[in-house]
Design a protein around this ligand. Structure first.
Ligand SMILES: Cc1ncc(COP(=O)(O)O)c(C=O)c1O
Length: 416
């Protein structure tokens, strides 16, 4: 058994934990009782595996109000979904707009294409709360703008963008919406929002396992596949099928993961996105209320629950006694010198884990431009991210821990 202590888990923006028991049960049932490849053979097990895939697509289509479930393809994660659109939809000479809140899974592929001389990229600015300047984005539009990549909600500070305003500003230009942080935790209706490409991950608020995700492509849009290979269909031809989902789903799929994802989506549909959202808003509200007035702590994001996912990023400024310079053993065995007037996020993360048994994520969270907007470069933030399984008691403990760290009590403790 893995050696993991009981802790308060507040790293749900990375991946959700725990998973609903039905997710684990569905995966065990697949491994024990089904086990075959979907869409390849006519025996019962293969038919059952295909059925699992079809049902999973149907559940996701219901959650996102997607008219045709076949327009959903399964991927390994949101990163693969985003890469599929960026590499498969854009053409030489195209211009792309991204925002400062994008994850590296958007920044890196578009910059790679830009450095290769294939596309040009503009970055729409966000304010200090992470809110996109929609009019600024509109001014970046050129005749060759072929795609706008937009993160529905920041994984750094939780800021939710106003998709309707972006949609109104961008006219007919296709929208690639990254819902890694919102799928399952905030209503996402592709028809109402006017989304052309929806990139989602399965392992966060859809409560599936790691290695699951998906992409919705609106009817009529053409995406070249990242991978070509066996699909179980049209085996006699040496060209990739041109129909969905086969066109973008080559090779044996992660059916055990998708069985778990389907159970996770069931959990979301049965619990209700509204109920999940209400609970998570209550947790965020209590966390903000408990920490907003702590001297030496800076909170990031709108700090208004209706504009923010249950993610609270903070820095510990002026946490050390004046003139004290010490070197801490930071995360990953690195020694991090503390500055005169702030506590490095890595050190705060270590204290939270070692002394308070709270798991968080620290640093830049794979989104460096977001920190540029927030003013938290180069060290980043301490990020508490809550999920449906966190409780008000977890938040109380986390608030106490933040207050203690800010009051410097930790530094006078003999044990450290
Ligand atoms: C906003 C955002 N986009 C994309 C990703 C990448 O997701 P995945 O790890 O599933 O590829 C993440 C993950 O943290 C994210 O928060």
């Amino acid at each position: 058994m893995p050696n993991v202590k009981r802790q308060i888990y507040m790293d749900n923006a990375a991946t959700s934990f725990p998973k609903p028991p039905a997710v684990v049960a569905a995966m065990v049932a697949f491994m024990n009782d089904v086990g075959a490849n979907p869409g390849r053979s006519t025996h019962d097990r293969s038919v059952e595996a295909s059925q699992i895939m079809t049902e999973a697509r149907g559940k996701l289509a219901a959650l996102f109000n997607i008219p045709d479930p076949k327009r959903i393809v399964f991927t390994l994660n949101a990163t693969e979904s985003l890469n599929t659109v960026i590499y498969g939809f854009l053409n030489p000479g195209d211009h792309v707009i991204i925002t400062q809140m994008e994850h590296n899974s958007v920044i890196r592929p578009v910059r790679h294409l830009e450095r290769s001389g294939i596309i040009s990229v503009s970055v729409a600015q966000c304010d200090k709360m992470g809110v996109l300047d929609v009019q600024g984005l509109k001014r970046l539009i050129r005749p060759k703008t072929a795609l706008i990549c937009l993160n529905h909600a920041s994984n750094v500070c939780g800021t939710i963008q106003d998709i309707a305003a972006v949609r109104a500003a961008q006219g007919e230009i296709p929208l690639l919406l990254d819902v890694a942080q919102t799928a399952g935790a905030l209503p996402v209706d592709v028809q109402k929002l006017g989304v052309d490409f929806l990139a989602f991950t399965g392992h966060k608020s859809l409560y599936g396992p790691q290695g699951t995700g998906g992409l919705y492509v609106r009817e009529g849009l053409v995406v070249r596949p990242l991978k070509r290979g066996g699909t179980g269909s049209m085996s006699e031809v040496d060209e990739q099928p041109d129909f969905f989902p086969d066109q973008l789903e080559s090779g044996t799929q992660n059916v055990v993961g998708i069985a778990g994802l389907a159970a996770g989506v069931d959990f979301v549909l049965e619990t209700g996105v509204d109920r999940i959202r209400r609970h998570e808003m209550q947790l965020l509200s209590a966390f903000v209320d408990g920490t907003v007035d702590v001297p030496g702590v800076t909170l990031y994001g709108p700090l208004k629950v209706d504009m923010q996912m249950p993610i609270l990023s903070m820095t510990f400024d002026q946490a050390l006694p004046d003139g004290l310079r010490v070197t801490f053993g930071g995360c990953g065995g690195r020694s991090i010198p503390a500055t005169f007037d702030s506590l490095h996020p890595h050190e705060a993360g270590s204290i939270l884990l070692d002394k308070h048994e709270i798991s968080v994520r620290v640093g830049l969270h794979c989104a460096p431009l977001a920190h540029e907007a927030l003013g938290t470069l180069p060290d980043g933030t301490v990020r508490f991210s809550m999920g449906y399984f966190n409780t008000p008691e977890d938040v109380e403990i986390a608030v106490r821990a933040v207050r203690e760290i800010a009051e410097k009590r930790e530094f006078f403790d003999e044990d450290r």
